[in-house]
Design a protein around this ligand. Structure first.
Ligand code: 5GP
Length: 202
């Protein structure tokens, strides 16, 4: 099947939500449980790798010039700036997943979500929300991956993302990550059951 047709058949899933809400943790579990069903869209980023992250698995790490070159070549489906760095989903990243006959999962921020909505990807949108901003700050600090500056930028952006998520129709589904097990069950039910039949009725 041509990649574009595969992408349309297997509707991509876009997961967004404030940094620190637990998107990566939940997605890692989903991929471990369904290794042949889903495929992660590996984004490009200009931020530095965190300890434990791997080139080509978590991100393609790049620099500003190379990123801009890919923008100029129309190599991105969407791209945005977040907390002082550039992030983007390349056309190739999504094609790579589609060619394997898997449902493509994108982990992207709000501006990317808006851009994907304007494409013909026919994606399904899930928003993962923290129980509160206080809890989000606690988790982000506990993670220990950010400088104070980066942490504050992420918290400021979290408010914007939460605001957007309250707009009617912004997402197809909202899951609050209060308890990891419950959040995973809710995410899985929506992602797997809806995805199986390519429907999106909520
Ligand atoms: P982090 O630096 O914590 O890995 O990611 C920061 C934010 O960038 C997260 O909200 C994540 O979802 C988002 N992000 C990751 N990849 C992309 C991408 O390709 N495009 C967009 N728009 N956002 C991304």
């Amino acid at each position: 099947m041509a990649a574009a047709a595969a992408v349309r058949k297997f509707r991509p899933i876009v997961i967004s939500g404030p940094s620190g809400t637990g998107k990566s943790t939940l997605l890692k579990r989903l991929f471990a449980e369904y290794p042949d069903t889903f495929g992660f869209s590996v984004s490009h980023t200009t931020r530095s790798p965190r300890p434990g992250e791997q080139e080509g698995r978590d991100y393609y790490y790049t620099n500003k010039d190379a990123f801009q070159k890919l923008v100029d070549e129309n190599g991105f489906i969407e791209h945005a700036q977040f907390s002082g760095n550039h992030y983007g989903t390349s056309v190739k990243a999504v094609k790579d997943v589609a060619e394997k006959g898997r449902i493509c999962v994108l982990d992207i921020e709000m501006e990317g979500v808006k851009q994907v909505k304007r494409t013909d990807l026919n994606a399904r949108f899930l928003f993962l929300a923290p129980p509160s901003l206080e809890e989000l700050e606690r988790r982000l600090r506990g993670r220990g991956t950010e400088t104070e500056d980066s942490l504050l930028k992420r918290l400021t952006q979290a408010k914007v993302e939460l605001e957007y998520s309250r707009q009617p129709g912004a997402h197809d589904k909202i899951v609050v990550n209060n308890d990891l097990e419950e959040a995973y069950a809710a995410m899985k039910a929506w992602v797997v059951d809806g995805g199986k039949f390519g429907v999106q009725e909520e």
